[in-house]
Design a protein around this ligand. Structure first.
Ligand SMILES: NC(=O)c1ccc[n+]([C@@H]2O[C@H](COP(=O)([O-])OP(=O)(O)OC[C@H]3O[C@@H](n4cnc5c(N)ncnc54)[C@H](OP(=O)(O)O)[C@@H]3O)[C@@H](O)[C@H]2O)c1
Length: 319
Protein backbone atom coordinates (compact mmCIF):
# COMPACT_ATOMS: atom_id res chain seq x y z
CA UNK A 1 0.00 0.00 0.00
CA UNK A 2 1.25 3.48 -0.82
CA UNK A 3 0.65 6.43 1.46
CA UNK A 4 0.73 10.15 0.83
CA UNK A 5 -0.39 13.37 2.52
CA UNK A 6 -3.91 14.64 2.07
CA UNK A 7 -3.37 17.86 0.14
CA UNK A 8 -1.43 20.45 2.12
CA UNK A 9 -2.06 18.69 5.44
CA UNK A 10 0.24 16.40 7.36
CA UNK A 11 -2.45 13.70 7.41
CA UNK A 12 -1.15 10.40 5.97
CA UNK A 13 -3.65 8.57 3.77
CA UNK A 14 -3.50 5.35 1.74
CA UNK A 15 -3.84 5.65 -2.03
CA UNK A 16 -6.87 3.39 -1.78
CA UNK A 17 -9.82 4.29 0.42
CA UNK A 18 -12.73 2.07 1.34
CA UNK A 19 -16.12 3.32 0.10
CA UNK A 20 -19.00 2.10 2.21
CA UNK A 21 -22.06 3.19 0.26
CA UNK A 22 -23.05 -0.49 -0.06
CA UNK A 23 -22.97 -1.14 3.71
CA UNK A 24 -26.47 -1.68 5.06
CA UNK A 25 -27.91 -0.77 1.67
CA UNK A 26 -26.99 -3.59 -0.71
CA UNK A 27 -25.05 -5.82 1.70
CA UNK A 28 -25.73 -6.87 5.28
CA UNK A 29 -23.57 -6.27 8.33
CA UNK A 30 -21.74 -9.63 8.14
CA UNK A 31 -20.59 -9.01 4.55
CA UNK A 32 -19.73 -5.40 5.40
CA UNK A 33 -17.50 -6.44 8.32
CA UNK A 34 -15.65 -8.92 6.14
CA UNK A 35 -14.86 -6.14 3.67
CA UNK A 36 -13.96 -3.64 6.38
CA UNK A 37 -11.58 -6.10 8.06
CA UNK A 38 -9.90 -7.04 4.77
CA UNK A 39 -9.41 -3.38 3.85
CA UNK A 40 -7.88 -2.44 7.20
CA UNK A 41 -5.72 -5.58 7.30
CA UNK A 42 -4.36 -4.66 3.85
CA UNK A 43 -3.31 -1.22 5.07
CA UNK A 44 -6.19 0.92 3.73
CA UNK A 45 -6.54 3.63 6.36
CA UNK A 46 -9.31 5.83 4.93
CA UNK A 47 -12.95 4.86 5.33
CA UNK A 48 -15.46 6.98 3.47
CA UNK A 49 -19.11 7.09 4.45
CA UNK A 50 -21.98 9.59 4.72
CA UNK A 51 -24.96 10.19 6.97
CA UNK A 52 -27.02 9.59 3.81
CA UNK A 53 -25.73 6.07 3.03
CA UNK A 54 -28.08 3.23 3.82
CA UNK A 55 -31.40 1.67 2.99
CA UNK A 56 -33.27 4.96 2.81
CA UNK A 57 -31.56 5.83 -0.47
CA UNK A 58 -33.59 3.15 -2.22
CA UNK A 59 -36.91 3.88 -0.54
CA UNK A 60 -39.51 5.99 -2.27
CA UNK A 61 -38.81 8.84 0.22
CA UNK A 62 -35.05 8.80 -0.64
CA UNK A 63 -33.52 10.20 2.50
CA UNK A 64 -30.64 8.96 4.56
CA UNK A 65 -31.22 6.44 7.33
CA UNK A 66 -27.61 6.11 8.51
CA UNK A 67 -27.00 2.34 8.31
CA UNK A 68 -23.51 2.63 6.79
CA UNK A 69 -22.28 4.85 9.64
CA UNK A 70 -23.93 2.54 12.19
CA UNK A 71 -22.20 -0.57 10.84
CA UNK A 72 -18.82 1.19 10.82
CA UNK A 73 -19.37 2.51 14.36
CA UNK A 74 -20.20 -0.94 15.74
CA UNK A 75 -17.19 -2.55 14.09
CA UNK A 76 -14.34 -0.07 14.42
CA UNK A 77 -13.95 -0.60 18.15
CA UNK A 78 -10.30 -0.95 19.16
CA UNK A 79 -9.15 0.33 15.76
CA UNK A 80 -10.67 3.81 15.67
CA UNK A 81 -7.40 5.66 16.30
CA UNK A 82 -5.67 4.04 13.31
CA UNK A 83 -8.35 5.07 10.83
CA UNK A 84 -8.99 8.28 8.92
CA UNK A 85 -12.74 8.35 9.22
CA UNK A 86 -14.43 10.49 6.58
CA UNK A 87 -18.13 11.20 6.48
CA UNK A 88 -20.44 13.70 4.81
CA UNK A 89 -23.30 16.05 5.45
CA UNK A 90 -25.77 17.85 3.23
CA UNK A 91 -28.02 15.32 1.50
CA UNK A 92 -31.60 14.85 2.75
CA UNK A 93 -32.05 13.17 6.13
CA UNK A 94 -35.78 13.77 6.32
CA UNK A 95 -38.58 15.69 4.69
CA UNK A 96 -38.56 18.93 6.66
CA UNK A 97 -37.17 22.19 5.35
CA UNK A 98 -34.06 21.93 7.54
CA UNK A 99 -33.41 18.24 6.97
CA UNK A 100 -30.90 18.85 4.17
CA UNK A 101 -28.36 21.40 2.97
CA UNK A 102 -25.44 23.16 4.59
CA UNK A 103 -27.05 25.59 7.01
CA UNK A 104 -25.56 25.97 10.49
CA UNK A 105 -28.77 24.44 11.82
CA UNK A 106 -28.46 21.29 9.71
CA UNK A 107 -24.70 20.83 10.09
CA UNK A 108 -24.79 21.23 13.88
CA UNK A 109 -27.61 18.71 14.17
CA UNK A 110 -26.20 16.19 11.71
CA UNK A 111 -22.69 16.11 13.15
CA UNK A 112 -24.20 14.86 16.42
CA UNK A 113 -26.09 12.13 14.54
CA UNK A 114 -22.96 11.00 12.72
CA UNK A 115 -20.82 10.98 15.88
CA UNK A 116 -23.44 8.88 17.63
CA UNK A 117 -23.83 6.38 14.80
CA UNK A 118 -20.06 6.16 14.30
CA UNK A 119 -19.58 5.74 18.09
CA UNK A 120 -16.74 8.21 18.16
CA UNK A 121 -16.18 11.70 19.51
CA UNK A 122 -14.39 13.04 16.43
CA UNK A 123 -14.59 12.84 12.65
CA UNK A 124 -11.26 13.05 10.82
CA UNK A 125 -12.59 14.48 7.56
CA UNK A 126 -16.04 16.08 7.49
CA UNK A 127 -17.12 16.65 3.91
CA UNK A 128 -19.97 18.72 2.54
CA UNK A 129 -21.72 16.34 0.15
CA UNK A 130 -22.58 18.87 -2.54
CA UNK A 131 -22.81 22.62 -3.05
CA UNK A 132 -25.81 24.27 -1.41
CA UNK A 133 -27.12 27.19 -3.46
CA UNK A 134 -29.43 28.34 -0.68
CA UNK A 135 -26.88 28.77 2.11
CA UNK A 136 -24.13 31.40 2.07
CA UNK A 137 -20.70 29.76 2.08
CA UNK A 138 -19.77 32.05 5.00
CA UNK A 139 -22.44 30.33 7.13
CA UNK A 140 -21.32 26.82 6.15
CA UNK A 141 -17.61 27.50 6.66
CA UNK A 142 -18.20 29.24 9.95
CA UNK A 143 -20.26 26.28 11.28
CA UNK A 144 -17.58 23.82 10.11
CA UNK A 145 -14.83 25.94 11.70
CA UNK A 146 -16.70 25.88 15.00
CA UNK A 147 -16.78 22.08 14.82
CA UNK A 148 -13.01 22.01 14.32
CA UNK A 149 -12.57 24.33 17.33
CA UNK A 150 -14.82 22.08 19.41
CA UNK A 151 -12.65 19.06 18.49
CA UNK A 152 -15.56 17.23 16.84
CA UNK A 153 -13.99 17.50 13.40
CA UNK A 154 -10.30 17.50 12.43
CA UNK A 155 -10.28 18.50 8.75
CA UNK A 156 -12.99 19.71 6.39
CA UNK A 157 -13.48 18.76 2.74
CA UNK A 158 -15.94 19.36 -0.06
CA UNK A 159 -17.52 16.99 -2.54
CA UNK A 160 -18.99 17.50 -6.01
CA UNK A 161 -17.90 21.14 -6.04
CA UNK A 162 -17.01 22.92 -9.28
CA UNK A 163 -13.61 24.61 -9.33
CA UNK A 164 -15.19 28.07 -9.03
CA UNK A 165 -17.07 26.95 -5.91
CA UNK A 166 -13.84 25.70 -4.33
CA UNK A 167 -12.10 28.94 -5.29
CA UNK A 168 -14.90 31.01 -3.76
CA UNK A 169 -14.82 28.93 -0.58
CA UNK A 170 -11.02 29.25 -0.35
CA UNK A 171 -11.24 33.03 -0.72
CA UNK A 172 -13.88 33.31 2.01
CA UNK A 173 -11.90 31.08 4.39
CA UNK A 174 -8.77 33.20 3.90
CA UNK A 175 -10.60 36.49 4.21
CA UNK A 176 -12.51 35.53 7.36
CA UNK A 177 -9.84 33.36 8.97
CA UNK A 178 -12.02 30.25 8.78
CA UNK A 179 -11.04 26.62 8.21
CA UNK A 180 -10.38 25.76 4.53
CA UNK A 181 -11.41 22.68 2.61
CA UNK A 182 -8.37 20.42 2.38
CA UNK A 183 -9.80 18.00 -0.17
CA UNK A 184 -12.33 17.55 -2.91
CA UNK A 185 -14.24 14.31 -3.42
CA UNK A 186 -15.31 13.93 -7.03
CA UNK A 187 -16.25 11.39 -9.65
CA UNK A 188 -13.39 10.49 -11.99
CA UNK A 189 -12.69 7.41 -14.06
CA UNK A 190 -11.71 6.26 -17.57
CA UNK A 191 -15.27 6.91 -18.81
CA UNK A 192 -15.87 10.19 -17.02
CA UNK A 193 -13.04 12.68 -17.34
CA UNK A 194 -14.80 16.09 -17.11
CA UNK A 195 -12.85 16.74 -13.92
CA UNK A 196 -9.70 17.24 -15.99
CA UNK A 197 -11.06 20.55 -17.37
CA UNK A 198 -11.24 22.58 -14.16
CA UNK A 199 -11.15 20.58 -10.92
CA UNK A 200 -7.88 18.69 -11.52
CA UNK A 201 -5.94 21.86 -12.48
CA UNK A 202 -7.48 23.65 -9.49
CA UNK A 203 -6.47 20.87 -7.07
CA UNK A 204 -2.95 20.85 -8.49
CA UNK A 205 -2.65 24.62 -8.31
CA UNK A 206 -3.96 24.86 -4.73
CA UNK A 207 -2.49 21.56 -3.44
CA UNK A 208 -5.92 20.26 -2.52
CA UNK A 209 -6.30 16.56 -1.93
CA UNK A 210 -8.40 14.77 -4.54
CA UNK A 211 -10.38 11.77 -3.36
CA UNK A 212 -11.87 10.04 -6.36
CA UNK A 213 -15.23 8.35 -6.15
CA UNK A 214 -16.64 5.81 -8.64
CA UNK A 215 -13.13 4.98 -9.94
CA UNK A 216 -14.71 1.95 -11.69
CA UNK A 217 -17.67 3.87 -13.07
CA UNK A 218 -19.97 2.17 -10.55
CA UNK A 219 -18.92 -1.24 -11.90
CA UNK A 220 -19.12 -0.47 -15.63
CA UNK A 221 -15.29 -0.60 -15.72
CA UNK A 222 -15.25 -4.11 -14.30
CA UNK A 223 -16.54 -5.39 -17.64
CA UNK A 224 -19.49 -7.17 -16.00
CA UNK A 225 -22.04 -5.36 -18.17
CA UNK A 226 -22.18 -6.51 -21.79
CA UNK A 227 -25.19 -4.41 -22.74
CA UNK A 228 -27.87 -2.37 -21.03
CA UNK A 229 -30.22 -5.36 -21.34
CA UNK A 230 -27.97 -7.99 -19.71
CA UNK A 231 -27.61 -7.13 -16.04
CA UNK A 232 -25.77 -9.79 -14.04
CA UNK A 233 -27.68 -10.94 -10.98
CA UNK A 234 -26.19 -9.51 -7.82
CA UNK A 235 -24.93 -6.39 -9.58
CA UNK A 236 -25.86 -2.85 -8.61
CA UNK A 237 -27.61 -2.28 -11.88
CA UNK A 238 -29.80 -5.36 -11.30
CA UNK A 239 -30.56 -4.03 -7.81
CA UNK A 240 -31.90 -0.90 -9.44
CA UNK A 241 -29.11 1.67 -9.02
CA UNK A 242 -30.17 4.56 -11.23
CA UNK A 243 -26.88 6.42 -11.68
CA UNK A 244 -25.06 3.54 -13.33
CA UNK A 245 -27.53 3.79 -16.21
CA UNK A 246 -25.75 7.02 -17.27
CA UNK A 247 -22.74 4.89 -18.23
CA UNK A 248 -24.76 2.54 -20.43
CA UNK A 249 -24.09 4.16 -23.82
CA UNK A 250 -22.98 2.37 -27.00
CA UNK A 251 -19.75 4.38 -27.00
CA UNK A 252 -18.93 3.32 -23.43
CA UNK A 253 -19.63 -0.37 -24.11
CA UNK A 254 -17.21 -0.16 -27.04
CA UNK A 255 -14.52 1.64 -25.04
CA UNK A 256 -14.80 -0.88 -22.21
CA UNK A 257 -14.05 -3.68 -24.70
CA UNK A 258 -10.94 -1.82 -25.87
CA UNK A 259 -9.71 -1.18 -22.33
CA UNK A 260 -10.35 -4.84 -21.52
CA UNK A 261 -8.10 -5.95 -24.38
CA UNK A 262 -5.35 -3.64 -23.19
CA UNK A 263 -5.70 -4.93 -19.61
CA UNK A 264 -5.47 -8.55 -20.78
CA UNK A 265 -2.30 -7.76 -22.71
CA UNK A 266 -0.82 -6.71 -19.36
CA UNK A 267 -2.13 -9.69 -17.38
CA UNK A 268 -4.44 -7.74 -15.11
CA UNK A 269 -8.21 -7.69 -15.04
CA UNK A 270 -10.14 -4.66 -16.26
CA UNK A 271 -11.10 -3.51 -12.75
CA UNK A 272 -7.46 -3.49 -11.71
CA UNK A 273 -6.41 -1.75 -14.92
CA UNK A 274 -9.04 0.99 -14.45
CA UNK A 275 -8.00 1.48 -10.87
CA UNK A 276 -4.33 1.64 -11.73
CA UNK A 277 -5.05 4.28 -14.37
CA UNK A 278 -6.82 6.53 -11.89
CA UNK A 279 -4.11 6.09 -9.25
CA UNK A 280 -1.57 7.35 -11.76
CA UNK A 281 -3.35 10.53 -12.77
CA UNK A 282 -1.88 13.81 -11.55
CA UNK A 283 -3.66 15.28 -8.52
CA UNK A 284 -5.28 12.01 -7.40
CA UNK A 285 -4.61 11.40 -3.71
CA UNK A 286 -6.71 8.31 -3.15
CA UNK A 287 -9.28 6.25 -5.06
CA UNK A 288 -12.37 5.31 -3.08
CA UNK A 289 -13.14 1.73 -3.96
CA UNK A 290 -16.79 0.84 -3.64
CA UNK A 291 -16.73 -2.78 -2.54
CA UNK A 292 -19.81 -4.97 -2.25
CA UNK A 293 -17.86 -8.26 -2.27
CA UNK A 294 -14.65 -9.28 -0.57
CA UNK A 295 -12.74 -9.79 -3.82
CA UNK A 296 -13.35 -6.13 -4.79
CA UNK A 297 -11.00 -5.15 -1.97
CA UNK A 298 -8.44 -7.90 -2.54
CA UNK A 299 -8.32 -7.16 -6.29
CA UNK A 300 -7.83 -3.48 -5.59
CA UNK A 301 -5.11 -4.00 -3.04
CA UNK A 302 -3.11 -6.16 -5.42
CA UNK A 303 -2.91 -3.31 -7.92
CA UNK A 304 -2.33 -0.38 -5.60
CA UNK A 305 1.39 -0.18 -6.40
CA UNK A 306 1.39 -1.77 -9.87
CA UNK A 307 3.85 0.06 -12.13
CA UNK A 308 1.94 2.15 -14.66
CA UNK A 309 3.98 3.25 -17.68
CA UNK A 310 4.11 6.20 -20.08
CA UNK A 311 3.52 3.70 -22.88
CA UNK A 312 0.24 2.59 -21.27
CA UNK A 313 -0.74 6.20 -20.78
CA UNK A 314 -0.31 6.77 -24.52
CA UNK A 315 -2.25 3.64 -25.41
CA UNK A 316 -5.15 4.69 -23.19
CA UNK A 317 -5.11 8.17 -24.70
CA UNK A 318 -5.55 6.66 -28.16
CA UNK A 319 -8.83 4.92 -27.20
N1 LIG B 1 -19.37 12.09 -2.86
C1 LIG B 1 -20.29 11.51 -3.60
O1 LIG B 1 -21.25 12.14 -4.08
C2 LIG B 1 -20.17 10.02 -3.85
C3 LIG B 1 -20.94 9.42 -4.84
C4 LIG B 1 -20.78 8.06 -5.04
C5 LIG B 1 -19.88 7.33 -4.27
N2 LIG B 1 -19.16 7.95 -3.30
C6 LIG B 1 -18.19 7.20 -2.44
O2 LIG B 1 -17.29 6.52 -3.27
C7 LIG B 1 -17.37 5.11 -3.02
C8 LIG B 1 -17.11 4.37 -4.29
O3 LIG B 1 -18.08 4.71 -5.28
P1 LIG B 1 -18.63 3.59 -6.23
O4 LIG B 1 -19.18 2.51 -5.39
O5 LIG B 1 -19.47 4.23 -7.24
O6 LIG B 1 -17.20 3.08 -6.83
P2 LIG B 1 -16.75 2.12 -7.98
O7 LIG B 1 -15.48 1.54 -7.47
O8 LIG B 1 -16.73 2.85 -9.27
O9 LIG B 1 -17.87 1.02 -8.11
C9 LIG B 1 -17.96 -0.02 -7.19
C10 LIG B 1 -18.68 -1.20 -7.84
O10 LIG B 1 -17.87 -1.71 -8.91
C11 LIG B 1 -17.93 -3.11 -8.90
N3 LIG B 1 -16.58 -3.62 -8.63
C12 LIG B 1 -15.61 -3.09 -7.86
N4 LIG B 1 -14.50 -3.85 -7.89
C13 LIG B 1 -14.76 -4.88 -8.69
C14 LIG B 1 -14.02 -6.01 -9.10
N5 LIG B 1 -12.76 -6.23 -8.69
N6 LIG B 1 -14.60 -6.91 -9.92
C15 LIG B 1 -15.88 -6.73 -10.36
N7 LIG B 1 -16.65 -5.66 -9.99
C16 LIG B 1 -16.09 -4.75 -9.16
C17 LIG B 1 -18.91 -3.52 -7.81
O11 LIG B 1 -20.19 -3.60 -8.41
P3 LIG B 1 -21.33 -4.63 -7.87
O12 LIG B 1 -21.66 -4.17 -6.49
O13 LIG B 1 -22.43 -4.43 -8.86
O14 LIG B 1 -20.71 -6.01 -7.88
C18 LIG B 1 -18.85 -2.34 -6.86
O15 LIG B 1 -20.02 -2.17 -6.10
C19 LIG B 1 -18.73 4.91 -2.37
O16 LIG B 1 -18.80 3.72 -1.61
C20 LIG B 1 -18.83 6.15 -1.54
O17 LIG B 1 -18.07 5.99 -0.36
C21 LIG B 1 -19.28 9.29 -3.09
Amino acid sequence: MKYTSLGKTGLGVSNLSLGTMAFGRWIDEKASIEILDAALDAGINVIDTANFYGKGQDESFKYGTGESEEIIGRNLKGRRDKVVLATKVGLPMGQDINDFGLSRFHIMREVEGSLKRLQTDYIDLYQVHRFDNETPLEETLSALSDLVKQGKVRYIGCSNYAAWQMAKAGGISNLLGLESFVSSQSQYNLLSRELENEVVPFCLSESMGLLVYSPMARGMLSGKYKSRHELPEDSRAARGEQLIQNYFTDENFERVEQYKKLAEEHDVNLSQFSLSWILNQPAVTSAIVGASKLHHVTDAVQISDWAWTQELQKQVASI
